[in-house]
Design a protein around this ligand. Structure first.
Ligand code: AMP
Ligand code: GLY
Length: 426
């Protein structure tokens, strides 16, 4: 099977690497990819937001399976164009990607499907927003309805800050605050059914102890030894299957990864958000412990026949990913800082250095080229062992202004914050 991965970050590197380790995968192509992916796959230049260009590339490399990493091309209809060209694609249509593309749409689908989530109001005026804030009370959760590259959500106890964020949005979703540890659950969906991958947890804040601004994710681990063994099964039954059924009813079946961001509240798991793609870095440790072939799984889902493959299986061990970010992240990022130590770290047993924002400069040196630069992923017998290996490998890598958290997977997210069990509290 020839595969083509669309995107450029750590998620795409981890997916391409997992595909390259599947014996049924004969070729891995990526576009645009990154220098890390280029070490083992063929890279192509493409505008990922141009549906016709991606479809033409898929045809020209004779891809049997296209995997689209990020949300923006999905919302722009890239999967539709690839599918129309007769190539199997893992990633939802533009219509189905609205589960991520519009918070108001996803809340509407959840309500229709009876999925447990936070109560919410969709508002278009300042007066409606103020009334919704007072209805739910503090802490306030204010979400831009549109895709905002991770910057659309404000959680605050400051009513003025909540109102100010609402005023910057055309349409805003204001919702009830959900208290409890957050979990990322990835459901591989074929339009009518799904298999869950093993749950993971993502550390979102920039500083240790869950302090500082939100980022795209500073580290992750899987499995979650403290979570109940039937969590994935419960979420498939109470969230994923009803959502897939509702999307079928609406004529927009969901094929791809339904990323369920959950809060484990006192009344059970409730949905914080849906995304229409794998989470990054949350998917990275999950792929490291996945023991069944990922290419066959994604191809079966893309072709609407997920049950032709067995349920995914996972090793007894654990994996931990530590993100190395550049100076200024998350407000800004630094480009062109020379990176050293990647080869030495990558050569360690059970370690993969995943590229997220790197480039090769005119002198052939690996340099920073984004906010999240690298993710150091290690596997081990348990979380503590994987964590020790990940940090030992990360210690070998340096560049000016490197930022990383020291407490990834040291405790379940939430326990390190003390009283509250989550990172979103201010
Ligand atoms: P999102 O972009 O929807 O993932 O939101 C970013 C972060 O805001 C989440 O990971 C949570 O930590 C927090 N958050 C979003 N919605 C809620 C909610 N209803 N209750 C508590 N925290 C939330
Ligand atoms: N790590 C969170 C996300 O991918 O949205």
């Amino acid at each position: 099977m020839k595969t083509l991965v669309i995107g450029t970050g750590g998620r795409e590197h981890a997916l391409a690497l997992a595909l390259s380790r599947d014996p049924s995968v004969t070729e891995v192509h990526a576009a645009p990819g990154n220098p890390g992916i280029g070490a083992f796959a063929t890279l192509h230049t493409v505008d990922v937001m141009d549906p016709a260009a991606v479809a033409a590339l898929a045809t020209s490399v004779a891809a049997d399976l296209v995997v689209i990493g990020p949300e923006a091309p999905l919302v722009a209809g890239v999967a539709d164009a690839v599918r129309a060209a007769g190539v199997a694609v893992f990633g939802p249509s533009a219509a189905a990607a609205q589960l991520e593309g519009s918070k108001a749409f996803s809340k509407e689908v959840m309500a229709a499907a009876g999925v447990p989530t936070a109560g919410s109001r969709t508002c278009t005026t300042a007066a409606e927003a103020a009334a919704a804030l007072d209805e739910f009370g503090a802490p306030y959760v204010v979400k831009d309805d549109a895709l905002a590259a991770g910057k659309g959500v404000v959680v605050t106890t400051d009513r003025a800050e909540a109102l100010a964020h609402a005023a910057t949005c055309d349409r805003v979703v204001i919702e009830e605050f959900l208290d409890g540890p957050e979990v990322s659950l990835f459901a591989v969906c074929d339009g009518t059914g799904a298999y869950a991958l093993q749950p993971a947890q993502d550390f979102k804040r920039i500083f240790d102890g869950g302090r500082g601004p939100n980022t795209g994710g500073m580290g992750s681990y899987s499995p979650l030894p403290w979570a109940s063994a039937d969590l994935a099964e419960i979420v498939i039954a109470s969230v994923v299957q009803p959502t897939l059924d509702e999307m079928v009813r609406r004529g927009a079946p969901f094929v791809g990864c339904l990323y369920v961001g959950l809060a484990l509240t006192e009344t059970g798991p409730r949905v914080i958000e849906f995304n229409a793609r794998f989470g990054d870095p949350d998917i990275q440790p999950v792929l490291a412990v996945l023991t069944s072939p990922v290419g066959e799984l994604l191809a079966a889902a893309a072709e609407g026949e997920i049950t032709r493959v067995e349920r995914p299986t996972f090793s007894e061990g654990a994996s931990v990913t530590v993100v190395l970010a550049s100076a200024g992240y998350p407000e800004s990022s630094s480009k062109g800082d020379v990176i050293t130590g990647v080869e030495a770290a990558d050569a360690l047993d059970d370690v993969d250095v995943i590229h997220a924002g790197t480039a090769v400069d005119a002198d052939g040196r690996l340099v920073t080229a984004g906010g999240r630069v690298l993710a150091v992923r290690a596997s081990g017998a348990d979380v503590a062992d994987a964590r020790a290996k990940a940090y030992a490998a990360a210690d070998l890598i340096s560049f000016d202004g490197l930022q990383r958290r020291a407490d990834i997977a040291s405790e379940p997210l939430g326990v390190i914050e003390g009283a509250s069990l989550k990172e979103s509290d201010h």
